[in-house]
Design a protein around this ligand. Structure first.
Ligand code: ADP
Ligand code: F6P
Length: 322
């Protein structure tokens, strides 16, 4: 017995590596269980355009290794309105779809929550590089984004060390410093600046100067974009200690490329889990992984909770960067 016979899947908001692996998992798992499955093109915009296409086994072939999303993604203003949301729910009903899997970040989850309140059975999958979704240890794409940042810092270290220079690296993360935190710890950054932790630029500049005097041949300052621009931080440092750090803004490079095996595995597990939960009659939930266990949490609770910042990890990075 299954609570749903026909489901749809969409990707929405900022894309992330592993979204394709998640779409593949949803589609193949649904077909395996004998459900009908539609792919919605361009997120909520595509839903409002009634752009739902039937998916078969081959339609998700050769995508597990690809970044981006074959379903495309979009930001849709009309869906922010109650009228838009009602129209979206009506279209799903007219098309005979009784379950929807939304792969996206916080904004996309808010949309899924609205559809759920309008009676559509929804499941959210955390698809964002930012790792800013609560009730999951990791989001799909985060691991790949961190790897990209670490790889870039490895390269920067080579040239910075040769020239005995310092480097300011600006990474993504408007409200969440996890990319900076994890990449900073993994690459031995001297300073990590994140929106969650107040900082004193005088101290940062003094520490940098002292470290150079005590024999360090390079220094890396990692800045999450939510703190301010890397350029401004670099200028502030120069004003304080005369050192002129070179600035690198990694930008959208962090959102592209082939997903790591961790992201592919997480996406594959969560996609299948979402389908099974819908079949069991669960809805209005967000899927996640906590301590290696797949979990569901009320999506309403998820969108009203801020993910706690890992201060232990932050302090560890700081202790190890002496
Ligand atoms: P992300 O999912 O990556 O956080 P956005 O914040 O851009 O990306 O959200 C993606 C889309 O989700 C928006 O363009 C909009 O269509 C929909 N959305 C965002 N917030 C809401 C909301 N409060 N209510 C309904 N839909 C929303
Ligand atoms: O939501 C993920 C994210 O990558 C943020 O870290 C970043 O600020 C934002 O998207 C930029 O997205 P876009 O350029 O697509 O608006």
């Amino acid at each position: 017995m299954t609570a749903v016979k026909s489901i749809a899947v969409l990707t929405s908001g900022g894309d992330s590596q592993g979204m394709n692996a998640a779409v593949r998992s949803v589609v193949r798992s649904a077909l395996y269980h004998g459900l009908e499955v539609y792919g919605v093109q361009r997120g909520y915009q595509g839903l409002l355009n009634n752009d739902l296409r039937p998916m078969d086994l081959r339609s998700v072939g050769d995508i597990i290794q690809r970044g981006g999303t074959i379903l495309q993604t979009a930001r849709c203003k009309e869906f922010l309105t109650p009228e838009g949301q009602q129209r979206g729910a009506d279209i799903l009903r007219e098309r005979g779809v009784d379950g929807l899997v939304v792969i996206g970040g916080d904004g996309s989850y808010q949309g899924a929550n609205k559809l759920s309140k309008l009676g559509i059975k929804t499941m959210g999958l955390p698809g964002t590089i930012d790792n800013d979704i609560p009730f999951t240890d990791y989001t799909i794409g985060f691991d790949t984004a961190v790897s990209i940042v670490v790889d870039a810092i490895n390269k920067l270290r080579d040239t910075m060390t040769s020239h005995e220079r310092s480097s300011v690296v600006e990474v993504m993360g408007r409200h969440c410093g996890d990319i900076a935190l994890y990449a900073g710890l993994a690459s031995g950054a001297e300073t990590i600046l994140v929106p969650e932790v107040p900082f004193d630029l005088d101290l940062v500049a003094r520490r940098m100067q002292e470290n150079f005097l005590s024999g360090k041949r390079h220094s890396i300052i990692l800045v999450a974009e939510g703190v301010g621009s890397g350029e401004d931080i670099a200028q502030g440092i120069t004003q304080r200690n005369g050192i002129e750090p070179r600035v690198t803004v990694l930008g959208h490079i962090q959102r592209g490329g082939s997903p790591t095996h961790n992201d592919r595995i997480l996406a594959s597990q969560l996609g299948d889990f979402a389908v099974r939960k819908l079949m069991e009659g669960d809805s209005g939930k967000a899927c996640g992984i906590i301590n290696n266990e797949l979990v569901v949490t009320d999506i309403d609770k998820v969108v009203h909770t801020k993910k706690p910042f890992n201060m232990d990890m932050y302090n560890l990075a700081s202790r190890l960067s002496l």
